[in-house]
Design a protein around this ligand. Sequence first.
Ligand code: GLA
Length: 729
Amino acid sequence: MPIVYDKQKRVFKLDTNKSSYAFHVTESKNLLHLYYGGYIPETDITHMLRIPEDAPFVPSTHDGMGPHSFDCAAIEFSTSGVADFREPCFQVMDKYGMSACECYYKSHNIYKGKPKLKGLPATYGTEDEVETLEVYCADPNNGMEIVLMYSVFPQCDVITRSARVCNKGKDPIELRRLLSTCVDLDRMDYDMITLHGTWARERHVERLPLRFGKQSVDSNRGSTSHALNNFIALCDHTATEDFGEAYGFSLVYSGSFLAMAEVNQYEKTRVVMGINPYDFSWHLEIGEEFQAPEVIMTYSGEGIGQMSRNLHDIMRNNLIRGKWKDLRRPILINNWEATYFNFDTEKLLDIAREAKKAGIEMLVMDDGWFGHRNDDRSSLGDWFVNEDKIKGGLKYLVDEVNKIGLKFGIWFEPEMISPDSELYKEHPDWCIHIPGRPRTLVRSQLVIDFSREDVRDYIYGRIKDILSSANIEYVKWDMNRQLSEVGNEVLPPERQREIWHRYVLGVYDMQERLLTDFPDLLLENCAGGGSRFDAGMLYYSPQIWTSDDTDAIERLKIQYGTSLCYPCSCFGAHVSDSPNHCVGRITPFETRGHVAMSGTFGYELDVTRISDDDKWNIRKQIEEFNKYNPLVRTGDYYRIGDPFANDRFDAWEFVAKDKSEALLEYVQVLKEPSVFLHRVKLKGLMKGAYYRHEQTGKVYSAELLMNSGFDIPSLWGDFRSYIAHFVKV
Ligand code: GLA
């Protein structure tokens, strides 16, 4: 039983295979956190409650639970204004202008399986895979019902949390914040790992020791952002990839977020995560509910690497959905870096013909096929094929591409509108804007108001028409700016601050409609490269464009950082031109292939203009991709090198779940003179087993490969790569 309730001790205990989570209902019906960490068998653990008897100079005996101080206690779901001075998860403003809230236990329900979260992405599972606990709480003062939801996935060592509130009072109320999780840990001696970046440099890793006070990452941009990802980890100061304790938290949401660790004066750490309370408010009429998104939490006692593998497993098995979830994805060629806006039917067909010869399986037509869009300054919203470029029409093009033997995919940016568009002329009020204020442009575009159903219906209708007009098997859904001047002319004043979240729900609604109407469609999310790379998006698309930076060496850091939380099987990764269009770096074709092969794999260059050598290289890469992709998609991922710690090399490994094979990938970043041998220790092999190195036929023990290491042959030059395949004998 992954979830038990010890009635006598009033302890809820949630167990995964290797972790335990527990909290207690006090006599006064408060919920106090007991423990989150490595597995412990007993439930009689109320002695672990951290209630100092009477801490001086902090409010105490608030609720008749005996002498104690709220500010010192480990609170299971923190509320505002009641003498716990740390970050609250829940705050309302009632009709009297009061904002204090409380959360008292009423009842609970434990059941197998896991319900959907209305309108939101969330993990799912069968009754054998997951068990759920709902704790019903109430604030008697303002009539709010608070439901804390926990689901336990024992196999992946994952517990998910979310919260829902319902206005059961006698008056409408303003919800000012509802975060999704609150975990009060017992110590402060952790490092916090976050992922920061910008365009073309997404998800670089930062690891810093916690200090007193609040440290957070957030977005107030309406989408996850290039700048900070909605994933954080806490780990021991001494934790490495393979040793030590690590907690991972990933928010299943794609809008503005807050993720915070707060260390209080008693050297305890509170972690909270959820929708950013900044500029958020939600009006709740009597009987109305609000559902907060889900947080995926994992604990690993075996280092940061295992934390990542737990997250990879839950996302691959219980978050990503649909036909493509477990399938090898077609090898695509995207024309963006090949042509930018300068293409027509003939050019695309030329690319398709060459691509086919090389073994590529799908052509993706990127930005510039609609309206009068010949640069990035116009036509978003005018989702009508530009037949000056796409001569003969879209159906003709797609049919010809199909005749050549390739599938066809298309780019959309549904969430945007260009001021220079027919749609804007007709509906200048359809963008997100504040009447009377300037409308800030980013890349010459405005955000279309997906909080409005009528707007969504129109845009969806256009997308559906286009997709129904030809045999289109893939969509790249792009989103190239953040939200500013957030308002519209439709909602009443008390609901204007809802637009941030309503917008995100609108995006989810659109993608859900798309997948319902086109269940075979392969959807790839994208946002100015990897600005909306989050667990929310993975519920809709099994892959996300990782970064506009396709340089193999830059990708080492980007893919390493992304892998802390997300599985490689979802990294959009392409082999592109050299010198690279983002950084001008010249890298070997082979290295570009090896790095892209650790993601979904594809090409983004003009195959009609590359050398015969490179055409031959593509064929060779495709052979390798076909051979290793099942391992990349389904295996366990181990980081071996650390591109943030050294600029000499990076290495990583995929090991089959049954340990029958492993793929080691190595990139020599800078060649050093007089370093003749680099020995790399493999990880995750089956102890006692022997593995044959496929390229040489030599057989090694797992122990030798893991304890001493495998010798990488000497590679001449910078940016060279090498892969080694090991098969258990
Ligand atoms: C974004 C995407 C690119 C490309 C362009 C098109 O930058 O990340 O891959 O689709 O838009 O404008």
